[in-house]
Design a protein around this ligand. Structure first.
Ligand code: GDP
Length: 528
């Protein structure tokens, strides 16, 4: 048995985070760069036997690139200084989906990665919204500072104005985007001058210059940086732990992931400022303390990760206690015992047997077909964590079995996909049992559903996209009124019984809402 002191100590050295970014902002590049830093300077306290993970990250990316619909990713774990970093992947390329959002229910912190030339982009905003609702602290990294982009102050202004988050830069660029010499460390006032490593493959070379030397070398550019910093201090843009932890302010860093510039600084901020796991609230209002018995919840389920194995992996975020492989745990939903002999640490194609894990870590349970998304696993006193939120769907399609003789399998398949959270399933009396409506955050979820119904359940399906773009929550009385409105449909979401009214667009929603002010039409947030 782990002593409770050991569990608390281990949890205290975990930093579990995800990167939120729009495609092409540099997430894969940053992941590579973080892993490179960890490899080169963080090996001292390697966590798992296999310290050498060279190639794993690029492997993962090539899988993402030529992916079918069956590939996943999970958590990259590495040691840095005296900390264990868990970087959870948020698949965010062409296949933006509910999974992307759900990963954010399993992290303690997020890194918002912005392209200096583009600022805030749609997917960043969507993901950030989930962070706000869940009060996840956000560290911002403004990337691609090595090439022309917006003005640094303008980027800060955009963050403050558009997402109401107070930016508090920790370092500041000397030289504009595209003509960049280094960063001022706001705490010490010194400048870190960067030079790309020859060939670009290694860590960037860093040289520390005191303010005098920096001034001598960079004249007007140094003066500008210093003046801008004074301006920032006057406007109250100084790091503040309380508002960062409460997701009201965001520490900001500048860098260029492709040249490994500013990446070490990000790692240091993760170690020094990012929160470690804390006690997680259970759905009865109590909290599961870190050092109580083992508990965790399933935040992601992935079937057919490896086509040659046809397996299904449930990813569990550990919330309390110490996990040891082979441990018998209870499944919160059914109360049944569950064996964890096949616990693994999974990253891309790489799988290591995982022998132990602590709060903040991610375990992959292979062939855990009894588990559903959001399910709790525990030993000792029973606990159930709040159900994972459903996120507002934006795509809708009705699906039927092409051959009615396969209906039973079709129904079973739909139930399974619903339990796994592959898609949201909506039903109405009008459409009947044969024709459920699938709702998704990204259309990739439909492809996965159709593919799995065919390969796992042997059901060919017919799917028709429906002309809706948004869903709001309504009531039974609301349904009766809305049913008379053209182009509006009300269905019940099976996962939580919520009544959802589907609208073709915002305009239609606004006009219906204006006509029926008494009808509740409540926005779906990720936090219901
Ligand atoms: P992802 O879609 O967010 O994973 O983005 P990638 O990591 O694939 O990067 C998208 C493109 O931006 C690639 O061509 C990268 O080489 C490039 N890129 C990433 N980081 C930087 C950077 O710091 N500077 C420059 N100039 N390009 C970058």
């Amino acid at each position: 048995m782990a002593s409770s002191r050991e569990v608390v100590r281990e949890a205290g050295r975990r930093r579990t985070f995800a990167v939120i970014s729009h495609p092409d902002a540099g997430k894969s590049t940053l992941t590579e760069a973080l892993a490179l830093h960890a490899r080169v300077i963080g090996q001292a306290g390697a966590v798992h036997g296999k310290g050498e993970r060279r190639g794993v990250v690029s492997d993962w990316m090539s899988m993402e690139r030529d992916r079918g619909i069956s590939i996943t990713s999970a958590a990259l774990q590495f040691a840095y200084r005296d900390v264990v970093v868990n970087l959870l992947d948020t698949p965010g390329h062409a296949d933006f989906s509910e999974d992307t959002y759900r990963v954010l229910t399993a992290v303690d912190c997020a890194v918002m990665l912005l392209d200096a030339a583009k600022g805030l982009e749609p997917q960043t905003l969507k993901l950030f919204e989930v962070c706000r609702q869940r009060k996840i602290p956000v560290i911002t990294l403004i990337n691609k500072w090595d090439r022309p982009g917006h003005d640094a102050l303008a980027l800060l202004d955009e963050i403050e104005r558009r997402i109401d988050l107070q930016p508090t830069p920790l370092n500041w660029p000397v030289g504009i985007a595209g003509h960049f010499h280094g960063l001022v460390d706001r705490e010490t006032g010194d400048m870190i001058r960067f030079e790309r490593a020859p060939g670009g493959a290694g860590l960037a070379l860093e040289e520390l210059l005191d303010p005098e030397e920096a001034g001598r070398r960079y004249g007007a550019e140094w003066t500008t940086a210093v003046e801008e910093l004074e301006l920032l201090s006057l406007s109250g843009a100084d790091y503040d732990e309380e508002s960062f932890r409460a997701a009201r302010s965001t520490p900001v860093l500048f860098g260029a992931a492709v040249s490994n510039i500013g990446v070490r600084q990000l790692l240091d901020v993760l170690v020094d400022l990012a929160p470690a796991p804390t006690a997680r609230p259970a759905d009865d209002g109590t909290e599961r303390e870190l050092d109580s018995d083992f508990s965790g919840f399933v935040f992601k389920i992935q079937a057919n990760m490896d086509p040659s194995h046809r397996d299904q992996v449930a990813f569990v975020r550990v919330c309390s206690g110490r996990f040891t492989r082979g441990m018998i745990v209870s499944h919160g939903t059914t109360g049944r015992p569950f064996t964890t002999k096949y616990a693994q640490q999974i990253f891309g194609r790489e799988r290591d047997t995982l022998d132990e894990a602590f709060p903040g870590d991610v375990i992959g349970l292979v062939n855990a077909t009894a588990l559903g998304i959001g399910d709790t696993l525990h030993t000792g006193p029973k606990v159930r964590f709040a159900a994972l939120p459903s996120f507002p769907p934006e795509h809708f399609a009705v699906v039927r079995a092409a051959d009615s003789s396969t209906f039973k399998r079709f129904r079973r398949g739909i139930e399974q996909l619903d339990a796994e959270g592959v898609v949201q399933v909506l039903r109405s009396e009008l459409r009947g049992e044969q024709a459920p409506v699938l709702a998704a955050v990204g259309t990739m979820q439909f492809d996965v559903a159709v593919h799995r119904l065919s390969t796992e359940f042997g059901v060919k399906t017919m799917m028709d996209r429906l002309p809706f773009e948004l869903a709001v929550r309504t009531t039974l009385e609301g349904r009766d009124v809305l049913q008379g409105e053209a182009g509006v449909e009300v269905l019940r979401r099976t996962r939580d019984g919520a009544l959802l009214a589907l609208f073709p667009n915002q305009y239609r929603l606004r006009s219906v809402s204006a006509r029926h002010p008494g009808v509740p039409l409540l926005p779906l947030s990720g936090d219901e």
